[in-house]
Design a protein around this ligand. Structure first.
Ligand code: G1P
Length: 290
Protein backbone atom coordinates (compact mmCIF):
# COMPACT_ATOMS: atom_id res chain seq x y z
CA UNK A 1 0.00 0.00 0.00
CA UNK A 2 1.33 3.44 -0.92
CA UNK A 3 1.20 6.18 1.70
CA UNK A 4 -1.49 8.84 1.22
CA UNK A 5 -0.31 12.24 -0.06
CA UNK A 6 -1.51 14.62 2.65
CA UNK A 7 0.88 17.55 2.42
CA UNK A 8 1.76 19.96 -0.36
CA UNK A 9 4.68 22.38 -0.53
CA UNK A 10 4.39 25.74 -2.34
CA UNK A 11 7.71 27.52 -2.89
CA UNK A 12 6.72 31.20 -2.90
CA UNK A 13 10.00 32.93 -2.07
CA UNK A 14 10.93 33.93 -5.66
CA UNK A 15 11.64 37.60 -6.38
CA UNK A 16 9.49 37.92 -9.51
CA UNK A 17 12.08 39.97 -11.38
CA UNK A 18 10.45 39.16 -14.74
CA UNK A 19 7.45 41.19 -13.59
CA UNK A 20 8.95 44.39 -12.18
CA UNK A 21 7.75 46.96 -11.29
CA UNK A 22 4.45 45.14 -10.47
CA UNK A 23 6.31 42.83 -8.07
CA UNK A 24 8.28 45.51 -6.22
CA UNK A 25 5.93 45.56 -3.21
CA UNK A 26 3.42 42.84 -4.20
CA UNK A 27 4.60 39.22 -4.37
CA UNK A 28 4.23 37.75 -7.87
CA UNK A 29 2.08 34.98 -6.39
CA UNK A 30 -0.48 37.63 -5.35
CA UNK A 31 -1.05 39.00 -8.87
CA UNK A 32 -4.60 38.12 -9.82
CA UNK A 33 -5.85 35.88 -12.57
CA UNK A 34 -9.46 37.07 -12.97
CA UNK A 35 -10.69 37.26 -9.35
CA UNK A 36 -8.12 35.44 -7.24
CA UNK A 37 -4.37 35.54 -6.74
CA UNK A 38 -2.25 33.08 -8.68
CA UNK A 39 -1.30 31.28 -5.44
CA UNK A 40 -4.93 30.65 -4.65
CA UNK A 41 -5.54 28.98 -8.02
CA UNK A 42 -2.70 26.58 -7.14
CA UNK A 43 -3.87 25.99 -3.57
CA UNK A 44 -7.37 25.31 -4.98
CA UNK A 45 -5.84 22.67 -7.30
CA UNK A 46 -4.14 21.01 -4.31
CA UNK A 47 -7.32 21.10 -2.27
CA UNK A 48 -9.31 19.57 -5.14
CA UNK A 49 -6.73 16.76 -5.21
CA UNK A 50 -7.36 15.97 -1.53
CA UNK A 51 -4.38 17.75 0.07
CA UNK A 52 -4.91 18.35 3.80
CA UNK A 53 -1.91 20.45 4.83
CA UNK A 54 -0.49 23.43 2.90
CA UNK A 55 3.16 24.34 3.43
CA UNK A 56 4.39 27.69 2.09
CA UNK A 57 8.10 28.38 1.76
CA UNK A 58 8.06 32.16 1.82
CA UNK A 59 10.63 34.95 2.10
CA UNK A 60 10.94 38.56 3.17
CA UNK A 61 8.11 40.79 1.83
CA UNK A 62 5.77 37.83 1.38
CA UNK A 63 3.64 38.25 4.49
CA UNK A 64 0.52 39.17 2.47
CA UNK A 65 0.44 35.55 1.28
CA UNK A 66 0.09 34.49 4.91
CA UNK A 67 -2.60 37.16 5.43
CA UNK A 68 -4.49 35.93 2.37
CA UNK A 69 -4.88 32.48 3.94
CA UNK A 70 -5.82 33.82 7.38
CA UNK A 71 -9.03 35.11 8.93
CA UNK A 72 -9.71 38.84 8.33
CA UNK A 73 -11.94 39.67 11.29
CA UNK A 74 -12.65 43.33 10.49
CA UNK A 75 -13.64 42.52 6.92
CA UNK A 76 -15.74 39.53 7.99
CA UNK A 77 -17.48 41.64 10.63
CA UNK A 78 -18.24 44.45 8.17
CA UNK A 79 -19.57 42.00 5.55
CA UNK A 80 -21.75 40.38 8.19
CA UNK A 81 -23.18 43.74 9.34
CA UNK A 82 -23.98 44.61 5.72
CA UNK A 83 -25.63 41.25 5.10
CA UNK A 84 -23.12 40.31 2.40
CA UNK A 85 -23.49 36.54 2.78
CA UNK A 86 -22.11 35.57 -0.63
CA UNK A 87 -18.89 37.54 -0.04
CA UNK A 88 -18.53 35.98 3.42
CA UNK A 89 -18.89 32.53 1.86
CA UNK A 90 -16.18 33.33 -0.69
CA UNK A 91 -13.79 34.25 2.11
CA UNK A 92 -14.73 31.19 4.18
CA UNK A 93 -14.13 28.88 1.21
CA UNK A 94 -10.46 29.84 0.90
CA UNK A 95 -9.64 29.68 4.61
CA UNK A 96 -7.61 26.58 5.47
CA UNK A 97 -8.87 24.74 8.57
CA UNK A 98 -7.07 25.80 11.76
CA UNK A 99 -3.62 24.27 11.92
CA UNK A 100 -3.51 23.08 8.30
CA UNK A 101 -1.35 25.86 6.83
CA UNK A 102 2.33 26.22 7.70
CA UNK A 103 4.79 28.93 6.72
CA UNK A 104 8.55 28.79 6.78
CA UNK A 105 11.05 31.20 5.28
CA UNK A 106 13.77 30.55 2.77
CA UNK A 107 16.37 32.96 4.11
CA UNK A 108 18.43 33.30 0.93
CA UNK A 109 17.50 32.78 -2.76
CA UNK A 110 19.65 29.68 -3.29
CA UNK A 111 17.35 27.89 -5.74
CA UNK A 112 14.31 25.64 -5.94
CA UNK A 113 16.15 22.66 -4.41
CA UNK A 114 17.04 24.74 -1.36
CA UNK A 115 13.46 26.08 -1.05
CA UNK A 116 12.08 22.52 -1.00
CA UNK A 117 14.71 21.48 1.57
CA UNK A 118 13.50 24.33 3.83
CA UNK A 119 10.18 22.43 4.19
CA UNK A 120 11.80 19.18 5.42
CA UNK A 121 10.82 19.43 9.10
CA UNK A 122 7.21 20.34 8.33
CA UNK A 123 6.84 17.56 5.74
CA UNK A 124 8.49 14.93 7.94
CA UNK A 125 8.86 11.31 6.86
CA UNK A 126 6.10 10.97 4.27
CA UNK A 127 5.73 11.44 0.50
CA UNK A 128 4.49 14.91 -0.42
CA UNK A 129 3.28 17.02 -3.32
CA UNK A 130 5.17 20.02 -4.65
CA UNK A 131 3.45 22.70 -6.74
CA UNK A 132 5.30 25.59 -8.38
CA UNK A 133 2.85 28.49 -8.15
CA UNK A 134 3.96 30.28 -11.35
CA UNK A 135 2.63 27.44 -13.47
CA UNK A 136 -1.17 27.33 -13.71
CA UNK A 137 -2.48 23.96 -14.91
CA UNK A 138 -5.98 24.22 -16.38
CA UNK A 139 -7.69 20.99 -17.33
CA UNK A 140 -10.78 18.83 -16.91
CA UNK A 141 -9.17 17.03 -13.96
CA UNK A 142 -6.75 18.88 -11.66
CA UNK A 143 -3.19 17.92 -12.61
CA UNK A 144 -2.27 17.02 -9.04
CA UNK A 145 -5.29 14.72 -8.75
CA UNK A 146 -4.07 12.70 -11.76
CA UNK A 147 -0.64 12.49 -10.16
CA UNK A 148 -2.00 11.33 -6.80
CA UNK A 149 -3.90 8.60 -8.65
CA UNK A 150 -0.71 7.59 -10.49
CA UNK A 151 1.14 7.50 -7.16
CA UNK A 152 -1.57 5.30 -5.61
CA UNK A 153 -1.15 2.88 -8.55
CA UNK A 154 2.65 2.86 -8.88
CA UNK A 155 4.17 4.35 -5.68
CA UNK A 156 7.55 6.11 -5.94
CA UNK A 157 8.09 9.60 -7.35
CA UNK A 158 6.03 11.38 -10.01
CA UNK A 159 6.63 14.40 -12.23
CA UNK A 160 4.03 16.10 -14.43
CA UNK A 161 5.28 16.63 -17.97
CA UNK A 162 4.01 18.16 -21.21
CA UNK A 163 5.55 18.78 -24.64
CA UNK A 164 7.15 22.15 -25.46
CA UNK A 165 8.54 23.38 -28.80
CA UNK A 166 12.14 22.12 -29.35
CA UNK A 167 13.53 25.67 -29.21
CA UNK A 168 12.21 26.14 -25.66
CA UNK A 169 13.64 22.98 -24.06
CA UNK A 170 16.67 24.87 -22.65
CA UNK A 171 14.34 26.88 -20.38
CA UNK A 172 13.04 23.88 -18.40
CA UNK A 173 13.81 20.58 -16.74
CA UNK A 174 13.46 17.93 -19.46
CA UNK A 175 12.77 14.20 -19.06
CA UNK A 176 13.21 11.15 -21.28
CA UNK A 177 10.53 8.43 -20.91
CA UNK A 178 10.22 4.72 -21.68
CA UNK A 179 6.85 4.91 -23.43
CA UNK A 180 6.19 8.23 -25.12
CA UNK A 181 2.54 7.37 -25.93
CA UNK A 182 1.55 6.40 -22.37
CA UNK A 183 -0.19 8.76 -19.96
CA UNK A 184 2.06 7.49 -17.15
CA UNK A 185 5.52 6.24 -18.09
CA UNK A 186 8.78 5.43 -16.35
CA UNK A 187 11.38 8.20 -16.60
CA UNK A 188 14.70 7.14 -18.13
CA UNK A 189 16.56 10.42 -17.68
CA UNK A 190 16.22 13.98 -16.43
CA UNK A 191 18.24 17.09 -17.07
CA UNK A 192 17.81 20.68 -15.84
CA UNK A 193 17.87 23.31 -18.60
CA UNK A 194 19.83 21.34 -21.24
CA UNK A 195 21.91 23.31 -23.73
CA UNK A 196 20.09 23.88 -27.02
CA UNK A 197 20.10 20.78 -29.22
CA UNK A 198 21.00 18.37 -26.36
CA UNK A 199 17.58 17.68 -24.76
CA UNK A 200 16.63 13.98 -24.46
CA UNK A 201 13.04 14.79 -25.58
CA UNK A 202 10.67 17.76 -25.69
CA UNK A 203 8.82 16.74 -22.50
CA UNK A 204 9.30 19.47 -19.91
CA UNK A 205 8.81 19.36 -16.16
CA UNK A 206 5.70 21.47 -15.69
CA UNK A 207 5.94 22.23 -11.97
CA UNK A 208 3.92 19.49 -10.26
CA UNK A 209 5.72 16.72 -8.37
CA UNK A 210 5.10 13.90 -5.91
CA UNK A 211 8.31 13.15 -4.07
CA UNK A 212 9.47 10.67 -1.47
CA UNK A 213 10.97 12.19 1.70
CA UNK A 214 14.34 10.63 0.81
CA UNK A 215 14.82 13.68 -1.47
CA UNK A 216 15.60 15.85 1.58
CA UNK A 217 18.86 14.09 2.53
CA UNK A 218 20.05 14.54 -1.07
CA UNK A 219 19.06 18.21 -1.15
CA UNK A 220 21.02 18.81 2.06
CA UNK A 221 24.30 18.16 0.23
CA UNK A 222 23.28 19.07 -3.33
CA UNK A 223 25.88 21.23 -5.07
CA UNK A 224 24.85 24.22 -7.16
CA UNK A 225 23.91 23.45 -10.78
CA UNK A 226 22.30 25.36 -13.67
CA UNK A 227 22.09 29.11 -13.03
CA UNK A 228 24.42 28.67 -10.02
CA UNK A 229 21.43 27.52 -7.94
CA UNK A 230 20.71 24.38 -5.92
CA UNK A 231 18.54 22.54 -8.41
CA UNK A 232 15.77 20.12 -7.43
CA UNK A 233 16.23 18.27 -10.73
CA UNK A 234 19.87 17.44 -9.87
CA UNK A 235 18.80 15.84 -6.56
CA UNK A 236 16.03 13.95 -8.39
CA UNK A 237 18.61 12.58 -10.85
CA UNK A 238 20.52 11.11 -7.87
CA UNK A 239 17.33 9.78 -6.25
CA UNK A 240 16.36 8.11 -9.55
CA UNK A 241 19.36 5.78 -9.13
CA UNK A 242 17.64 4.08 -6.18
CA UNK A 243 13.93 4.92 -6.59
CA UNK A 244 11.39 4.87 -9.39
CA UNK A 245 10.33 8.09 -11.14
CA UNK A 246 7.25 8.26 -13.35
CA UNK A 247 6.22 11.00 -15.76
CA UNK A 248 2.51 11.86 -15.74
CA UNK A 249 1.56 13.62 -18.96
CA UNK A 250 -0.72 16.60 -18.42
CA UNK A 251 -3.08 17.08 -21.35
CA UNK A 252 -4.64 20.40 -20.32
CA UNK A 253 -3.32 23.93 -20.78
CA UNK A 254 -0.35 25.33 -18.83
CA UNK A 255 0.26 29.06 -18.30
CA UNK A 256 3.53 30.45 -16.96
CA UNK A 257 2.18 33.41 -15.01
CA UNK A 258 5.71 34.53 -14.17
CA UNK A 259 5.99 35.88 -17.74
CA UNK A 260 3.91 38.78 -19.01
CA UNK A 261 2.57 36.86 -21.99
CA UNK A 262 1.70 33.77 -19.92
CA UNK A 263 0.02 35.92 -17.28
CA UNK A 264 -2.11 37.81 -19.80
CA UNK A 265 -3.04 34.61 -21.64
CA UNK A 266 -4.01 32.96 -18.34
CA UNK A 267 -6.32 35.87 -17.56
CA UNK A 268 -8.00 35.51 -20.95
CA UNK A 269 -8.35 31.74 -20.64
CA UNK A 270 -9.78 31.84 -17.12
CA UNK A 271 -12.11 34.73 -18.01
CA UNK A 272 -13.40 32.77 -21.01
CA UNK A 273 -14.30 29.83 -18.78
CA UNK A 274 -15.96 31.92 -16.07
CA UNK A 275 -19.70 31.59 -16.68
CA UNK A 276 -20.48 35.00 -15.15
CA UNK A 277 -17.92 36.77 -17.32
CA UNK A 278 -17.29 34.92 -20.55
CA UNK A 279 -19.92 36.42 -22.86
CA UNK A 280 -19.24 40.04 -21.89
CA UNK A 281 -15.48 39.42 -21.95
CA UNK A 282 -15.60 37.81 -25.39
CA UNK A 283 -17.52 40.84 -26.73
CA UNK A 284 -14.92 43.26 -25.29
CA UNK A 285 -12.02 41.16 -26.61
CA UNK A 286 -13.61 41.12 -30.08
CA UNK A 287 -13.84 44.92 -30.06
CA UNK A 288 -10.16 45.21 -29.13
CA UNK A 289 -8.96 42.64 -31.62
CA UNK A 290 -11.04 44.15 -34.45
C1 G1P B 1 11.81 25.15 -12.38
C2 G1P B 1 12.39 23.73 -12.48
C3 G1P B 1 12.30 23.21 -13.90
C4 G1P B 1 10.86 23.26 -14.39
C5 G1P B 1 10.31 24.70 -14.22
C6 G1P B 1 8.83 24.76 -14.54
O1 G1P B 1 12.64 26.02 -13.11
O2 G1P B 1 13.73 23.76 -12.01
O3 G1P B 1 12.76 21.88 -13.95
O4 G1P B 1 10.78 22.86 -15.73
O5 G1P B 1 10.49 25.18 -12.88
O6 G1P B 1 8.40 26.07 -14.48
P1 G1P B 1 12.55 27.62 -12.94
O7 G1P B 1 11.34 28.06 -13.71
O8 G1P B 1 12.42 27.89 -11.48
O9 G1P B 1 13.82 28.16 -13.52
Amino acid sequence: MTKKIRKAVFPVAGLGTRFLPATKAVPKEMLTVVDRPVIQHVVDEARAAGIEHFIFVTGRNKHVIEDHFDMQYELDHTLSQRGKKREQEILASILPKAGTASFTRQQAPLGLGHAVWCARDIVGDEPFALLLPDMLHKGETPCLKEMIEAHAAHGGNHIAVAPVPEEETHQYGIVGVKDRAAKVSEITMMVEKPKQGTAPSNLHITGRYILQPSIFALLATQEKGAGNEIQLTDAMVTLAKSEKFHAVRFDGEIYDTGSKLGFLTANMAYALSDSSLKDAFRAEAKKLLG
